[in-house]
Each structure stands twice: as structure tokens, then as C-alpha cells.
Design a protein around this ligand. Structure first.
Ligand SMILES: Nc1ncnc2c1ncn2[C@@H]1O[C@H](COP(=O)(O)OP(=O)(O)OP(=O)(O)O)[C@@H](O)[C@H]1O
Length: 604
């Protein structure tokens, strides 16, 4: 049974919830480790850029001491500046390499992750998708993977780069002026902590502000959508008041954000420029005493700026890594979800050639989401090769469940289902489904061309075979009229075809599959008489020579069936031919009168 992963149940607000530890990021590391060349190159480039960054203030020292001194020689000046240019060139080139490699790794890891998650999702049975809505999963595939991309492509790089710059810079500062550095190390947290705190507050205030703006949008849409009702109930004044309330809340949120920003700007300016002034002041005293050179002071100030910036960036990074770890752990759940229905270790082979016999023996089944309610109770039904059995019954009787179990999307809690004598639980689900063709109630078409939609399930089918199936499914005429024939794109879910045409494409697809068992869920949607006849005609051809289980909604189908099985409350309550059951005057007779058209009543 699919477990509902705890963080999957997250409401949208929890969507990018951070993790408590960085542990889940190990998964990203494992994915990245598949690309050792890029990782090595990225690390080398990272080391080079960080070293070049520290080398710049080193050069500054030389420049100020050698090139700005009175009476400096032209050669010395050239030498000092050439050195700086060389560093800048190395820094530029290494930055480009680092950016390329690190971003490449970010995108590559995300691409691999998306492919792996999708491959695992494709193995999971329907029960998983009942507990985890497709919308939720697709948001994980986009927003969570984007978070991972940011972690690999930016955050980790920022963390490493700033750690190297911060540590390297501090060592250099000690080398330049040990006493001044000790003083600086006391000052740096005093500068960074208030800035970081304000930064966090500003972020949360900005988020609130954005939420309020979204509220305004929602309110406008709500009122615009209900304008007639608002006006006819004379509620204009009330709606104006309610809207003003939301707008004022937005303004209040914006004011809070602006106030925080104003104070933050002042704090940053005072702290940063104040510290620089104090440093220079100390430095000037040193220069006056002759204990320190002007170049040293210049290098010190620039390096101190770099070190403070580096530690400042590191305080941001941890939060981002935790958010990335949260995303990684959510994706990990999708990646490691084990399919509840898996092939047995040694699957029993189904007899070849297939016979097409399917038998339910005392089957009882409850859906995982409704463990209290048996959808199928003590259900026994044997369908012989070539036989057509129509299943009818009121809504909720368990008809579709029979199909789900036949394809082994779920395992029953009691009883056995056998395909050509082999219990489904002992066979490979892929082999079972290979022997079945499904025509669902609503034809499902893909956003692809007609050819691919038709041969979905039998990719080897030649164009001749496709046209033959189309002919048998009464789909040939309209397919021939498509502007680019079989290459014509059919639109999202085949939106460029009519309902009846879509059904006939689905029938042709089932025909092409050449499976011995047909599971047919008749469409209930009304078609015009001509379409109905064409579809019915196609179905008749499809059912001939195959074992067919059909959830019937049409009189023509039940009339033609060898047997009709009437279901109610998960059990079979009647069994017989249309004539016999109509005469019996039981549930079938009542259903037939209601469900089928007037002719059904007339036929009684
Ligand atoms: N995925 C599910 N999870 C939980 N309960 C389900 C699920 N699918 C169906 N059920 C329940 O199982 C019972 C049988 O449903 P089923 O879909 O087989 O009925 P049906 O005869 O096909 O109905 P209809 O003609 O309306 O399609 C119903 O009570 C239904 O509510």
C-alpha cells in the first residue's frame, strides 16, 4: 500500500520547507559524483578564483608602496600594474570556467534527478497517485528540483568560494597586521550580525507583502467573477469595503517592509563606513608612527572588506542549504518509493500461445484509501476464451474495480484472479498487461501525432497495420482527411478531434495491440446517432474473436453479449442473457429501463 510520505502531504505553504539537517543533500553529492571531471574542474577553478581574489589586495599593497611613492621608477610602476592585470585576467578566466562547470553540474544533476524520479513514478501503482496528487508531484518535479539546481549551481559554490576567501583573507590579514586583525575579528561579527538579522526580517516582511498583493489579486478576481450577483444583491458598498480592507492590509505590510529597509540601510552604512573609518584612523596612526606602510593599510582595508563580505555571504548560505536539503528529502521520497505491485522474484510464465481465459475466484477487495468498505465482495466470475461478458450495475457497484483488479493495479485481500490458469500475483504485471487491451470510458490521447496515438502500445506496427486497424475502427475516413495524414498533431488530449473520433482512435489503438483480452469501458457520453453507430460498429469488430469484459451502457452491447453479469454493492446479484434477465424483472430489468434508451423498455 502506498504510504503517504509525511512531507508530501504538505499544504502549499509548506512547499519549500527547509530540512532540519543537511543530511538529505548526500543524494545530490552522489548524483554529482557521477561527473568527476566536471567536479574536479569546478573545484580547481573555484580555488583559483578565491586565490586570485585574495591576490588582488596583495597587489594593491605592492602598487601603493612601489608605484605611488614619490620618485617611483617607471619600470616598477609597470611591473606593479602588470601584475594586477595578470591577476584580473586569471580571475576572469577562472570565474568563467567555474561558472560554466558549476552551473552545468547544477543543471545536469537536476536533469538526472527528474529522469530518475519520473522513471520511478512510472513503476508505481494507482494507489500511490491517490495518496499523492499529480499536481503536488509535478510541483516537486519543478520547484523542488529548481531548489536543488540553485544549491548545486550557486549555493555550494558560494559557500566554498567564501569559505576559502574568508579563511585565506584572515590569514593574510594576520600576516599584514596582527594587532589590527585581532581588533577586526571583534568588529566583523558586530557588523555582520545586525545586518544578517535585518536581512532575515526584511525577507519575511517582503514575503508577507507579496502574500498581501496576491490577496488583492484574488479579491479582484472574485468580485469581477461575481459582478452580476454583487450588483443584483446590491452589495457594491460592502464589496468596496471588503476590498479596501485588503488593500489597507497590503499597505500596512508594505510600510513595515519599507521601515525595516530604511533602518537597515542606515545601519549598514553606519556600520560599514564607520568600521572602515576607524580602521583607516588606526592605520594613519600606525603610518605616522612609522610602524606600518601605506600599502599595507590599503591592502588591509580591501582584504577586510572581502573577508567581511565572505563571512556575511556564509551566514545566508546555511539557510539556503537547509531549504535545498528539504527539497532533496522530498524528492528522495519519490525516488525511493517502492511499487506496491512488483513482479515476483521468479514470475510464472503465462502459457503461450495465450488462450484468453480470465477467472475471479471468491475475490474480496478494499481500496487502500477506503479500508472499511469492500469495493468487491466474494466475487466469482469466469470468462471463457472468446466469450463476451457485459457487466452492468448501478454507480459504485464495483464494475471499474473489476477492471483494475484484472490488470493487477491492486491485489485483492482475499481470493485469486487467474489469467489462463496462472494466478496474477505469481506473474509479471507487464506480461499480464501485455495480454490485455483497454478501451477506457474517456479516450485518453496524447499530445502527439495521429500515428503515435494509434500505435501507442504496439510501436512496431507498420502504417499498413495502422490503416487496417483504423478501417476496422471506422476511423479511416476522418484520419485520411487530416491535413498531414498520420503525421497530424492531434492537440492536447486529442482536442482537435470530436468525442466520437477520439473514441474510435482509442478502439483502433486497442485493435493494434492484438491482445487476447479486451477490457472495454463503454463511454456514457452521448454521441449523435451516426457517431454512435460508427463507434458501435467498430466495437463489434473489436469484440469479435477476443475475450471481452465490457462495462456496458448501451443496449446494443448487452444484447450482443454472451452473458450479462449484474453487480450491486460489489457482488454479482444476477447473471444471464438480456432476454432472460429482462423477463426476471429484477435489478437488471429496472436498470435496463432506466439506463438504456426507450428501446430497452420496449424490449421487455
Ligand atoms: N480509488 C479508490 N479509492 C477508494 N475507494 C474507491 C476507489 N475507487 C472506487 N472506490 C469505491 O469503490 C466502490 C466501487 O467503485 P467502482 O468505481 O468500481 O464502481 P463502478 O461500478 O465502476 O461505478 P461507476 O459506474 O460510477 O463508475 C465505490 O464505493 C467507490 O466509492
Amino acid at each position: 500500500m502506498a504510504r503517504r510520505p509525511t512531507s508530501t502531504s504538505a499544504a502549499p505553504a509548506d512547499e519549500d520547507k527547509p530540512a532540519r539537517s543537511l543530511g538529505p543533500l548526500a543524494m545530490i553529492w552522489r548524483l554529482g559524483a557521477n561527473y568527476p571531471r566536471q567536479v574536479t574542474l569546478a573545484l580547481l577553478a573555484l580555488l583559483t578564483t578565491s586565490s586570485a581574489t585574495i591576490a588582488i589586495p596583495m597587489r594593491f599593497k605592492a602598487i601603493v608602496d612601489q608605484a605611488f611613492g614619490t620618485g617611483a621608477r617607471v619600470d616598477d610602476i609597470a611591473h606593479a600594474f602588470e601584475g594586477l592585470l595578470a591577476i584580473v585576467l586569471v580571475l576572469g578566466a577562472a570565474t568563467a570556467v567555474r561558472f560554466y562547470c558549476v552551473s552545468w553540474l547544477g543543471e545536469r544533476v537536476v536533469a538526472d534527478l527528474r529522469e530518475k524520479v519520473q522513471a520511478n513514478l512510472l513503476r508505481l501503482p494507482p494507489s500511490f497517485f491517490e495518496a499523492n496528487s499529480p499536481k503536488e508531484i509535478s510541483s516537486r518535479m519543478t520547484s523542488d528540483t529548481s531548489l536543488i539546481e540553485v544549491v548545486v549551481g550557486t549555493t555550494v559554490s558560494i559557500a566554498l568560494r567564501n569559505a576559502i576567501t574568508g579563511i585565506g583573507g584572515t590569514i593574510y590579514l594576520f600576516f599584514l597586521a596582527p594587532r589590527l586583525t585581532l581588533e577586526l575579528l571583534v568588529v566583523i561579527p558586530l557588523v555582520i550580525v545586525p545586518i544578517a538579522t535585518f536581512g532575515r526580517r526584511l525577507k519575511s516582511a517582503s514575503r508577507t507583502s507579496q502574500d498581501r498583493i496576491a490577496d488583492v489579486g484574488a479579491k479582484v478576481a472574485e468580485v469581477l467573477g461575481a459582478m452580476r450577483v454583487v450588483q443584483s444583491f446590491n452589495q457594491e458598498a460592502r464589496e468596496a469595503g471588503r476590498f479596501a480592507e485588503v488593500v489597507e492590509q497590503t499597505f500596512a505590510a508594505a510600510r513595515r517592509r519599507i521601515a525595516i529597509r530604511a533602518v537597515m540601510t542606515a545601519t549598514v552604512m553606519v556600520l560599514v563606513f564607520g568600521s572602515i573609518t576607524l580602521l583607516l584612523w588606526q592605520g594613519a596612526l600606525g603610518v605616522a608612527r612609522g610602524t606600518i606602510s601605506g600599502g599595507t593599510i590599503a591592502a588591509f582595508v580591501v582584504t577586510a572588506g572581502l573577508v567581511a563580505g565572505a563571512f556575511g555571504a556564509l551566514t545566508e548560505v546555511y539557510g539556503e542549504l537547509l531549504r535545498g536539503a528539504g527539497a532533496a528529502s522530498r524528492l528522495n521520497e519519490l525516488l525511493n518509493e517502492k511499487p506496491a505491485i512488483a513482479p515476483p522474484a521468479r514470475p510464472m510464465a503465462l502459457p503461450a500461445p495465450p488462450r484468453g481465459r480470465i477467472a475471479f475466484e471468491k475475490v474480496t477487495f478494499r481500496y487502500p484509501a477506503r479500508p472499511d468498505l469492500p469495493a468487491i465482495m466474494d466475487f466469482s466470475l469466469s470468462v471463457e476464451p472468446g466469450e463476451t461478458v457485459a457487466i452492468v450495475g448501478p454507480s459504485g457497484a464495483g464494475k471499474s474495480t473489476v477492471f483494475q483488479l484484472a490488470q493487477r493495479f491492486y491485489d485483492p485481500q482475499a481470493g485469486t484472479i487467474k489469467l489462463d490458469g496462472v494466478p496474477l500475483a505469481s506473474a509479471d504485471p507487464a506480461e499480464i498487461r501485455n495480454r490485455m487491451a483497454l478501451v477506457p470510458q474517456e479516450a485518453v490521447l496524447f499530445a502527439a501525432n495521429a500515428r503515435d496515438n494509434l500505435r501507442y502500445g504496439n510501436w512496431e506496427a507498420s502504417d499498413e497495420a495502422i490503416w487496417e486497424a483504423a478501417r476496422a475502427a471506422n476511423a479511416e475516413a476522418f484520419l485520411r482527411e487530416l491535413p498531414e495524414g498520420l503525421d497530424t498533431f492531434l492537440g492536447e488530449n486529442g482536442s482537435r478531434l470530436s468525442g466520437g473520433q477520439r473514441q474510435r482512435v482509442a478502439i483502433a489503438r486497442a485493435l493494434l495491440r492484438q491482445a487476447p483480452i479486451l477490457l472495454l469501458d463503454e463511454a456514457t457520453s452521448a454521441l449523435d446517432a451516426e457517431s454512435e453507430r460508427l463507434v458501435q460498429d467498430a466495437l463489434d469488430r473489436l469484440m469479435a474473436s477476443r475475450t471481452t469484459l465490457v462495462i456496458a451502457h448501451r443496449l446494443a452491447t448487452v444484447r450482443q453479449a454472451d452473458r450479462i453479469v449484474v453487480m450491486d454493492g460489489g457482488r454479482i446479484v444476477e447473471d444471464g442473457t438480456h432476454e432472460a434477465l429482462s423477463r426476471a424483472g429484477g435489478l437488471y430489468a429496472r436498470l435496463a429501463a432506466l439506463q438504456f434508451d426507450d428501446r430497452a423498455v420496449a424490449a421487455q
